[in-house]
Design a protein. Structure first.
Length: 332
């Protein structure tokens, strides 16, 4: 064998060694592929965000302007205080009513209720108003809803947490929320907080768990609506039977609202009182009718033995107002 032949064979052997090694270690090839994928994924995660979305390999164009608009409509800035001008810049993290120094209180105020969520679906066990307890009388500034210990309590409107506190001889553990519509809501006798002071919440967000703390004789939720520290009868605003507000707007008349330590004047701004005829825990004689398909003012009035004028007067509406299916009308 000549020298050239030996040289060619040696060169061929050197070229075959890596190929044989690769064939004997297939896992090494897979491992290298894995490294390549990791590198690609890393580049994708750290590359500039794209406006494109992918679903099963199909490119979908994302309109960021619509997303941004929706976020701006729903999100409050963490530094923003809801209704700050109305409340004179007062933001107290300890007391329910800290607005005694307020001046220039409006005589009326229109409240938007369209963002409402029921804090709990339990039935009413105690109404708003003066309570006579043996030799004393006390003002009950809210309503009580039946809940079990540990039941989730929800925010009634979008807003910001103003107070998370404990009061041994009163509310027990309680939360106060301030809302952009001008109202504040109070949730008492809780067992646990799910939020903290100055936290932004959305309508329907969990904020606490129901309990039996403070001055309470059984597990329930004490729920209040307040305006500038003064209480509003929740029954004038909310239809607790149907779990909705009576209307999307409510006119607050300040001189009719309840003040701590005082009896409450009758709220002549609203005709709404709960229909308690089906609730053995509460009393009342006012009746409501829920509008169905095909109903007219004439049919509803005739069915309940009243005139159309009376029906309109009870509900502060005109004869030409369009009836909305599912809405409750007072009929007595």
């Amino acid at each position: 064998m000549g020298f050239k032949t030996i040289k060619v064979c040696a060169l061929a052997a050197l070229l075959l060694v890596p190929l044989c090694s690769f064939a004997q270690n297939p896992e090494q090839g897979d491992e290298n592929k894995g490294d390549t994928r990791v590198e690609v994924n890393f580049k994708q995660r750290h590359s500039k965000p794209s406006n494109d979305l992918y679903a099963d390999g199909i490119k979908i164009k994302r309109d960021l302007s619509l997303i941004k608009k929706a976020q701006e409509e729903r999100i409050l800035d963490m530094d923003e205080i809801p209704s700050d001008d109305l409340y004179g810049g007062i933001w107290n993290n300890r007391y329910v009513n800290s607005y005694g120094s307020l001046e220039n209180v409006p005589s009326t105020y229109n409240v938007d209720l369209s963002n409402f969520t029921m804090p709990h679906t339990g039935h009413v066990t105690s109404n708003y108003g003066v309570r006579r307890l043996r030799r004393t009388t006390r003002m009950h500034h809210g309503i009580d809803l039946k809940v079990q210990i540990g039941d989730t309590i929800y925010a009634a409107f979008d807003g910001k947490v103003r107070v998370t506190e404990y009061e041994r001889r009163g509310y027990g553990y309680y939360v106060v929320l301030r809302h952009p519509n001008g109202l504040e809501t109070v949730y008492g006798h809780l067992s646990k907080f799910l939020v903290q002071d100055n936290q932004i919440v959305r309508s329907g967000d969990p904020i606490a768990l129901g309990g039996n703390t403070g001055r309470s004789t059984g597990s329930h939720l004490h729920f209040e609506l307040r305006f500038l520290g003064r209480s509003i009868n929740p029954l004038h605003v909310i239809d607790f039977d149907n779990k909705v507000c009576h209307k999307d707007q409510y006119m607050v008349i300040v001189n009719t609202l309840g003040k701590p330590g005082q009896k409450v004047a009758r709220n002549t701004s609203s005709k709404y009182v709960k229909n308690a005829s089906s609730n053995k825990y509460a009393t009342g004689t006012v009746k409501y009718y829920r509008i169905r398909k095909g109903d007219t003012l004439s049919k509803i009035a005739q069915r309940h033995g009243i005139t159309i004028n009376k029906l309109c007067s009870l509900n502060s509406m005109s004869k030409n107002e369009k009836l909305r299916i599912g809405k409750s009308l007072r009929v007595s």
